[in-house]
Design a protein around this ligand. Structure first.
Ligand code: ADP
Length: 408
C-alpha cells in the first residue's frame, strides 16, 4: 500500500478564523485559553484556537436568545431567510478549493474527496434547506364542533448543536441548515479535533447576510463547553451527533437541567451481506468502499461483512487484493484514497482493536499495523473468521479495519 503519489496538489491553505464566534464577532475565550488543533499527517500544530467553556457558552446563549427574541431572524419572511442561505451556497462554491484544503489539513481526509464531495455537498445542502424555508406548512385539524383547530409550526428558539470530527462540514450543514431554515438561532460546539472549517464558512454565512447572534460558535472540549451547552437552562433543544456513550451523557444532562428535547445521531456496526449469487467482484468493491471510505470513520460504515460460505474464500482473497491496492498517503496528493486517522487517540484505539482481533483468534488477512513513522496512518486491515462474540465484532472501531464473517 505505498502511496502512488503524483504531483502534490499544493493548494493555498489558510487557517482563517480561530476565535469564538459570538454575536457576529470573532472574540477570545473569556478565560483567554487556547488549544492546539493538529495536522494528522504529522501531528504538528496547525493553529491554536480559542477554547470556550461554560462562561463562553453562556455568552453565546445570551446572544442567541437576544437574536431570537429581538432580532430580525425569526420574523424575516421565509423568502428572505432562503435568499441568505442561497447566497451562502454561492459563496461556498466560490471558495470551494480553499475550504476543501482547510478541511484536509485539519481532518486528514483526501483533498480530492473534500473538494469534489464534501464541500460541494455542503453547498447543495444549503440550497436544499433554503428551499424548505417557505414549505413548512401547518395543519387544519377537523374538530368536533364549531371550532377552528390549527397547527402552526414555529421555530423552537435557541438550539444547541454538538458535532463530531469525521465530516466536519457536512455535520455543520446537517445541523445549521435545518435550524436556520426554520428560523431558530444557534449555539454550535464543533469537535475539538476539527474546529477550523466551521469558523471559515461561518464568516461567509455572515457575508451572505446572516444577522448577528443567529449563529454562534464555541470551539472547545466536550466535558466543558459541550456539557455546559447540554445543561444550559436557556437552551431550548440539543441536536447531537457523536458516540453512543456521549449521547447517553447528553440525554442525562438535558434531563437534569430543563428537559430540553434532544436529537441523537450515534454510532453503528452495520452489516454488509454478500449472498452466494452476488457478482463477487462488485460485492468486494462495494464492501471495501462501505468500510474504508473516510479512513473508516463513518457512523454508517459497513463494519461487519457477512459472506455466504460458498463464495467466502474467493471473497476474502479478492478483498485482500483490493486492500493491498488501496492507495494510502498524504491526503493532499492526487489519487490517494486514504489519509491518516484523525488523531493520536483514535490511532491508538484502532491499533488496540487490531490487537484484540488477533488475540481473540480472528485471522489477520492483511495489514494490522501503522503505516510509516509519522502521522496517524494505518494499513488497510482485514480480519476473516470473525465470530459474533469478539470485541471487533461488537464495538465500533471507527478505522480501516474490515471484519469478514462466514454464514450458511
Ligand atoms: P467521537 O468518538 O466521535 O469523538 P464524541 O461523542 O466523544 O465522539 O464527540 C462528539 C462531540 O461530542 C464532540 O464535539 C465532543 O467534544 C462532544 N462531547 C464529548 N463529550 C461530551 C460531554 N461529556 N458533553 C457534551 N459534549 C461532549
Amino acid at each position: 500500500t505505498a502511496a502512488a503519489a503524483e504531483e502534490p496538489i499544493s493548494p493555498s491553505v489558510q487557517v482563517g478564523e480561530t476565535q469564538l464566534l459570538i454575536n457576529g464577532k470573532f472574540v477570545d475565550a473569556a478565560s483567554g485559553k487556547t488549544f492546539p488543533t493538529v495536522d494528522p499527517r504529522t501531528g504538528e500544530v496547525i493553529a491554536r484556537v480559542a477554547e470556550g467553556d461554560a462562561e463562553d457558552v453562556d455568552r453565546a446563549v445570551v446572544a442567541a436568545r437576544k437574536a431570537f427574541d429581538e432580532g430580525p431572524w425569526p420574523r424575516m419572511t421565509a423568502y428572505e431567510r432562503s435568499r441568505i442561505l442561497l447566497r451562502f451556497a454561492d459563496l461556498i462554491e466560490k471558495h470551494n478549493d480553499d475550504i476543501a484544503a482547510l478541511e484536509t489539513w485539519d481532518n486528514g481526509k483526501p483533498y480530492e474527496q473534500a473538494a469534489h464531495i464534501e464541500v460541494p455537498m455542503l453547498a447543495r445542502l444549503m440550497r436544499y434547506y433554503a428551499g424548505w424555508t417557505d414549505k413548512i406548512h401547518g395543519l387544519i385539524v377537523p374538530a368536533d364542533g364549531p371550532h377552528h383547530v390549527q397547527v402552526l409550526h414555529e421555530p423552537i428558539g435557541v438550539v444547541g448543536q454538538i458535532i463530531p470530527w469525521n465530516f466536519p462540514l457536512l455535520m455543520y450543514g446537517w445541523k445549521v441548515g435545518p435550524a436556520l431554515a426554520c428560523g431558530n438561532t444557534i449555539v454550535l460546539k464543533t469537535a475539538e479535533q476539527t474546529p477550523l472549517s466551521a469558523l471559515y464558512v461561518s464568516k461567509l454565512l455572515h457575508e451572505a447576510g446572516l444577522p448577528e447572534g443567529v449563529l454562534n460558535i464555541v470551539s472547545g472540549f466536550g466535558p466543558t463547553a459541550g456539557a455546559a451547552l447540554a445543561s444550559h437552562m436557556d437552551v431550548d433543544k440539543i441536536a447531537f451527533t457523536g458516540s453512543t456513550d456521549t449521547g447517553k451523557v447528553i440525554l442525562e444532562l438535558s434531563a437534569r437541567s430543563n428537559l430540553k428535547p434532544v436529537t441523537l445521531e450515534l454510532g453503528g456496526k452495520s452489516p454488509f451481506i454478500v449472498m452466494d449469487d452476488a457478482d463477487i467482484d462488485q460485492a468486494v468493491e462495494l464492501a471495501h468502499f462501505a468500510l474504508f471510505f473516510n479512513q473508516g470513520q463513518c457512523c454508517c460504515a459497513g463494519s461487519r461483512t457477512f459472506v455466504h460460505e460458498r463464495v467466502y474464500d474467493e471473497f476474502v482473497e479478492k478483498s485482500k487484493a483490493r486492500a493491498l491496492k488501496r492507495v494510502v498517503g498524504d491526503p493532499f496528493r492526487k489519487g490517494v484514497e486514504q489519509g491518516p486517522q484523525i488523531d493520536d487517540e483514535q490511532f491508538k484505539k484502532i491499533l488496540r482493536y487490531i490487537k484484540s482481533g488477533v488475540d481473540s483468534g480472528a485471522t489477520l488477512v492483511t495489514g494490522g499495523d501503522k503505516l510509516g513513522d509519522k502521522g496517524y496512518y494505518i494499513q488497510p486491515t482485514i480480519f476473516s473468521d470473525v465470530q459474533d462474540g469478539m470485541k471487533i465484532a461488537q464495538e465500533e472501531i471507527f478505522g480501516p479495519v474490515q471484519s469478514i464473517f462466514k454464514f450458511k
